[in-house]
Write a protein that binds this ligand. Structure first.
Ligand code: M6R
Length: 366
């Protein structure tokens, strides 16, 4: 059932190109110019009436929601807040009938996410669910459901569900944009064309797994490390850090690169590994400055950049290039080396990769 892979997690990492294709599937109009989301029942009038969006989820799904915030704000120009469900539901959030609440859940059974959904509905908001399980509680109770067609995810550490959630956000962002007229047709067509290329680009990353394995084996000997990045790279850094903690039990922190000098830089000492994401074109130079702050203090930096920015190699100890794409779409590529890094670090430490200690696949208690 693991289809020749040693673990479900590795199988699921490798299933991502298919998960991307299946989640995009018939939702991309053959013209290449628009997104078709028949499962979203909102009328154009209802979409135009949305004043704010709240994205609510837990764990990895929350991290997908952080990317979703940038995607919807950029494409649809509607203000978005992303919150963890266990905070959102108890903070008396300001929810009105003009709020669209998006809940994200692989299983569709997470207790806090379901409670947040119910609270949103009680306040009169429309709720849209992004979930991987057809017929789950979240899917049944939401007004609209975008199903991620990632297929069953068995490993506790979420991989293909996360990236499929990103694809769902790209589709939704484009759908809102084309309904609101917030982006011109040529840009929408460009994003769609780039989306279609993602599966093949993921395959190219997977073909370089051995390089990531070598870095993972070095990292596995450490007890502390940092992930840094700016903008969408920061959102992906948070996900990379969670994944590593969850299955390798190595302590790590994800930091917005520009925040380091406001305290955390004090923890950087000789030899500490820092994983630096520098895939965002407009933030590249800024991130490189932050990388220099840690290398000057002896950190061993593993940098991830987009093809083209080979000069990063001069600023760091080791580099990994992801195929070039639009800055907005990089999370769907840059997270893949981080998933592999966690997998191989966990393996190197002899852990039970698919069933990490203390954790359950579906958190149905508060
Ligand atoms: O089923 P859900 O997407 O609602 O689950 C949310 C989290 O429990 C889940 O993403 C968790 O953080 C993963 N184990 C992380 O890999």
């Amino acid at each position: 059932e693991k289809a020749g892979y040693d673990h479900f997690m590795l199988k699921e990492i490798h299933e991502q190109p298919k998960a991307y294709r299946d989640t995009m599937g018939s939702r991309l109009d053959p013209s290449g110019k628009k997104v078709v989301l028949n499962e979203v029942g909102m009328t154009p009038q209802q979409i135009k009436a949305i004043r704010h969006v709240h994205i609510v989820a837990c764990g990895t799904a929350y991290h997908a929601g952080l990317v979703g915030k940038s995607v919807i704000e950029k494409l649809a120009r509607i203000p978005v807040e992303t919150d963890v469900a266990s905070e959102y539901r108890y903070r008396a959030p300001i929810i009105t009938p003009e709020t669209l609440v998006i809940v994200v859940s692989q299983s569709g059974e997470t207790a806090d996410t379901l409670a947040a959904l119910r609270e949103a509905k009680r306040c009169g908001a429309r709720v849209l669910a992004i979930t991987n399980v057809v017929g789950s509680s979240v899917a049944r109770e939401a007004d609209d459901v975008i199903t991620t067609w990632a297929g069953p995810e068995i490993a506790v550490a979420s991989t293909k569900a996360y990236t499929s959630q990103l694809i769902a956000f790209y589709l939704l962002g484009l759908y809102l944009a084309q309904t609101l007229g917030s982006q011109d047709d040529a840009y929408i067509a460009e994003v769609i064309a780039e989306l279609k290329e993602l599966p093949e680009k993921v395959e190219r990353i997977l073909a370089q797994s051995e390089a990531i394995k070598n870095v993972a084996e070095q990292i596995a000997t450490h007890d502390n490390l940092f992930f840094i990045g700016r903008g969408l790279d920061y959102a992906v850094a948070l996900e990379g850090s969670l994944k590593l903690k969850e299955i390798s039990y190595i302590h790590s922190e994800a930091y917005a690169a520009g925040e380091l000098k406001h305290g955390t830089l004090a923890l950087i000492e000789e030899g500490i590994p820092v994983i630096a994401l520098a895939t965002q074109e407009d933030l590249f130079e800024k991130t490189v400055s932050n990388i220099k702050e840690v290398t000057a203090r002896g950190a061993h930096v593993f940098g991830i950049h987009s093809e083209g920015h080979y000069e990063l190699a001069k600023a760091v100890d080791e580099v990994f290039a992801i195929p070039a794409t639009l800055p907005l779409l990089t999370p769907a590529l840059s997270v893949v080396p981080l998933q592999l890094l966690s997998y191989y670090a966990s393996l190197a430490r002899g852990n039970d990769v698919d069933k990490p200690r203390n954790l359950a696949k579906s958190v149905t208690v508060e």
